[in-house]
Write a protein of this length. Structure first.
Lengths: 424, 424
């Protein structure tokens, strides 16, 4: 066999039995989002490299992007993420269309990564954004979407957790404590890695990245505190943080009012990306044995900065469908797709029975059923075997008697019963 | 503005208002296909170049394909069509899974063509295939799918036509009349271009490509005949075409039995691609002013030849969603997407009304409605204006009275009426 029939490494073929599950997962997600009035968008897979060089993370573009030169000599990238494209699209309509915009998409994205469990080189990524409003209610809506998403798959609240933080609050805190821009960067960098580095090695790394001892001490104090009221107390010491404090307090109260017990303040959640300016959050699977980041997002203020001075504020999150499906599977909540009540319509005689069987199939479809016209030949017993092997539960038999009587004999393969049903 | 906010030439952004229409079109198509028991599949966008070099048309791969070298130094192509991928996938399962396979997909495909009306460089292409059966009933099913597709969009039968021919019959005819392999190729090549070349120039082109005068005369005779019974008479002169003649006669009878008046034999329909071996067909828009090929397909016998000796026979067609949507639009049948009965849930007081409004929104969603939590502030009149501008027909108002009474006031923006509805 000179040709391999396997897909590229890190990519997946979606056979009908796979696709049925993906469609169920994506359909459930889309249904939940639509009920909140989110609308679907889509965009070309190919974008200019320069857009992503300007707007995406350096790692993505330099190390992971699939790049090509088209026949018009333009350097293009297969999008590794959707946000730069979203920015490009929104900039086309943000002057005319009344806000806010609630948009979602489930694009295929592409990253050349080392394939591993939960990571693919081609993957579907849900993108959800609420743009054109910066109120605390929009922050809250993201958490309500997460809660709704989990509930729509029947996932128990004990099985997940939202960890949140606020980049605006952190920036104020660090600025007030004299952190330089480089030291702030180091601070975030260290927090982003605290769970990935062995505790005994973290001290040395911290000393190297953040040489100032009092600031390192604050990092320790900060990380040790998981109480949002302590964070608020620190903030209140700083002049001109009244509005920010009020916002965080209101957010805390709202979380209580809507009973979002699964959302907790977390000093370790800061999100790697530079463009977040407000609330940031990460959703974790938290089963007995599972403890894993599933997806996350946050608020950004400069989505349109490549195109205009419009400081459109938005909040959103991105979620890999594949990693979420693995989580559903581990939790025993991956939708099961049953064969359904499809009917195999089997002609048993010559051309006349075939023509009548075509009518029977058509009538069943008009009544909302799925009807397959059978191309099998042979005896009824053999047909039943084939039908069962393919997951049919019903076979509509059309022989000479049925043609004469303008009826079909519906065999139920589960119960074994058979009844003659007149057509129409 | 240093960055263009437009998509690449020949590609389209799908804003929510575009996507809603695409989804309606694709949903209608998928619904029809599912009722015939077709199942959706999907596959990676990226495939090895060598697969397409071996399996696709030379023009596609050499002149139109988007090619890239990945970071593992593999030469990949963004699929310009789906069939080679379908072959790769089916070869993985054709030994285990009981046949036939009815599969469909609506993948994005990529071709670097000169952009023009009806052609895009990135496009969605419906692929429908019935594989693992070579009966005349499977041939017929393709036409029934076309008929069902047109009917499901409310298109009148007078607005379209299926033109069909049979490559097996043609091959027998040409072989019997002494056409060499090269002459057969020239014969097909000329037919494929007869509608594209000016009639006065066609003679000269024909003389050049097919120098043998009697064969050229047969080409003329063949093209002048639009009666399938004449084709059958020619076939009957040839030894060992009994089965073929029987099949074509049965097919003709079946078309009559199921009243497929819109399917006509056409000598000019041969399809450019080499891999067709039986029935070929093209669907035409035929309005008063429109006369245009929409899509086509045919039967093939060697789908799996790169992977095995299994002579799996199949029949299928490919249809560009964009060109089909243009046809629907011209015929006034492109689905219109109404704003629907979404509700804007508007808190009118402080935090308490916001919290209660969140409950109202949640209750509406639980009842199957689309409910948007409003981030607008200001007076009721201004809110109604904003709601109307965004296409809402209903606003649920939640003020202090409503909080106290545990109710919401539902304003109908069309009729102007307002009623108080208790929650739950």
């Amino acid at each position: 066999m000179p040709f391999s029939n396997q897909p590229q490494k890190g990519m997946q073929d979606d056979f009908p039995w796979d696709m049925a599950v993906h469609n169920r997962v994506m359909g459930t997600i889309a249904g939940l989002l639509r009920s909140f009035h989110y609308e679907e968008y889509d965009a070309p897979v190919l974008e200019p490299l320069e857009l992503f060089a300007a707007k995406s993370s350096e790692e993505l573009v330099r190390e992971q992007a699939y790049v090509l030169r088209d026949r018009g000599d333009r350097e293009l990238v297969l999008r590794p993420e959707m946000t730069p494209t979203l920015a490009r699209m929104v900039s086309q309509i943000s002057r005319e269309r009344p806000r806010p915009y609630r948009w979602y998409s489930i694009p295929k994205c592409f990253r050349f990564e080392r394939p591993q469990k939960g990571r693919l080189r081609e993957f579907r990524q849900l993108n959800v954004d609420l743009m054109g409003d910066d109120s605390v209610h929009s922050d809250l809506e993201m958490f309500l979407l997460v809660k709704g998403l989990m509930a729509s798959f029947g996932l128990a609240e004990a099985g997940w957790r939202i960890r949140w933080n606020h980049r605006g609050a952190l920036n104020a805190l660090l600025g007030h404590r004299g952190f330089s821009a480089d030291e702030q960067k180091a601070f975030y960098w260290l927090i982003d890695r605290v769970d990935k580095i062995a505790p005994e090695a973290f001290g040395a790394t911290a000393a190297e990245k953040l040489p100032d001892a009092p600031k390192r001490a604050f990092l320790e104090t900060y990380l040790a505190n998981e109480d949002v009221s302590v964070l608020l107390a620190w903030l209140r010491e700083i002049p001109e943080t009244g509005e920010l404090c009020g916002r965080l307090e209101a957010f805390q109260r709202l979380l209580g009012s809507v009973r979002l017990e699964r959302a907790v303040y977390s000093p370790r959640t800061v999100r790697g990306l530079d463009y977040y300016t407000g609330l940031v959050f990460e959703v974790y699977a938290e089963g007995e044995s599972i403890h894993r980041a599933l997806f996350g997002g946050g608020r950004y203020d400069k989505l349109l900065d490549l195109y205009s001075n419009d400081p459109l504020s938005g909040i959103g999150f991105g979620m890999g469908i594949y990693i979420f499906s693995l989580f559903l599977e581990e939790a025993g909540k991956l939708p099961k797709v049953e064969a359904g009540d499809s009917v195999l319509v089997q002609p048993l005689g010559g051309e006349e029975s075939a023509v009548f069987a075509l009518q029977v199939a058509e009538a069943l479809r008009a009544a909302g059923r799925v009807a397959e016209f059978s191309v099998y030949s042979g005896g009824v017993k053999k047909v039943f075997q084939k039908a069962e092997a393919r997951g049919f539960t019903q076979v509509a038999l059309v022989g000479d008697d049925e043609v004469r009587e303008k009826a079909y004999s519906l065999k139920n393969l589960k119960t074994g019963t058979q009844e003659k049903i007149p057509l129409g």
